[in-house]
Design a protein around this ligand. Structure first.
Ligand code: ADP
Ligand code: CDP
Length: 215
């Protein structure tokens, strides 16, 4: 299948788990564009780029070599050959990524890379701007959402509750959404179907999205 499925939505709405599940179910590839923004951010932190200075970010935007795997069963990402799949989930990256993703030179570079990977299609792509910018011709567009409470609770559980309270997770999530919303409207793009996952299990959401793709 050459179909392109775009899955956009705010942090913790279930984009990664749902996109992987749908891709596995339908035999499609999978691309996590958020992981790419995280990978660039990881490299900038390692290389002491001043993340308060958008011009400094822009200068180095194209320097790190980012390679993304597209197997939904084994998401993989490397920066300059280093496996960073775990490191990009750390709090320092999460706290800095929105500022890096707001820099146009970073976006231009990663969007070009994403379009190369999407190629002829057969892929589920998740992010913030997939339906609106990266793949406006996608055959299926889903805007995945869930209440702030549900998103904070799920993210906190995922972190083992070890990094703090649900309230603290919720605050960090809201702060990131605010910055992300300035870069890309956190809203359904034209033609996107809104799926609210607040009261649904992961399996139910995967079935619903797979149904939208096939219909
Ligand atoms: P995103 O990619 O949008 O940030 P994730 O896919 O990482 O979201 O999901 C965040 C957390 O919520 C994960 O731990 C995931 O297992 C869990 N999750 C996702 N969807 C559901 C759901 N419908 N019900 C319960 N937990 C969910
Ligand atoms: O998993 P979560 O939703 O928390 O975040 P992510 O999808 O890994 O994305 C990390 C960050 O990358 C977001 O907070 C955005 O700042 C940025 N991003 C973006 O700007 N555009 C995308 N297409 C995907 C992510």
């Amino acid at each position: 299948s050459r179909i392109v499925v775009a899955v956009d939505g705010p942090s913790g709405s279930g984009k990664s788990s749902v996109s992987r599940g749908v891709a596995a179910k339908l035999g499609l590839r999978y691309l996590d564009t958020g992981a790419q923004y995280r990978a660039v951010t990881y490299w900038m932190l390692q290389n002491k780029v001043d993340l308060a200075d958008p011009a400094a970010i822009a200068v180095d935007a194209a320097v790190p070599a980012i390679v993304s795997g597209t197997d939904p069963g084994a998401p993989a990402i490397t920066v300059d050959g280093e496996d960073v799949a775990a490191a990009i989930r750390e709090a320092d990256v999460t706290g800095a990524v929105s500022a890096v993703a707001a820099v146009p030179a970073v976006r231009a570079r990663l969007i070009a890379l994403q379009r190369e990977i999407i190629g002829a299609g057969g892929i589920v792509v998740e992010g913030r701007d997939i339906a609106a910018v990266v793949a406006p011709d996608a055959a299926a567009k889903v805007f995945l959402t869930a209440s702030e409470d549900a998103r904070a609770r799920r993210r906190n559980t995922e972190n083992g509750g070890g990094s703090g309270t649900v309230a603290a997770t919720r605050e960090a999530l809201t702060r990131r959404d605010t910055v992300d919303n300035r870069t890309n409207a956190l809203a359904a793009a034209p033609g996107a179907i809104v799926v609210d996952a607040t009261e649904l299990t992961l399996e139910q959401v995967i079935d619903k999205v797979a149904g939208i793709v096939i219909h």
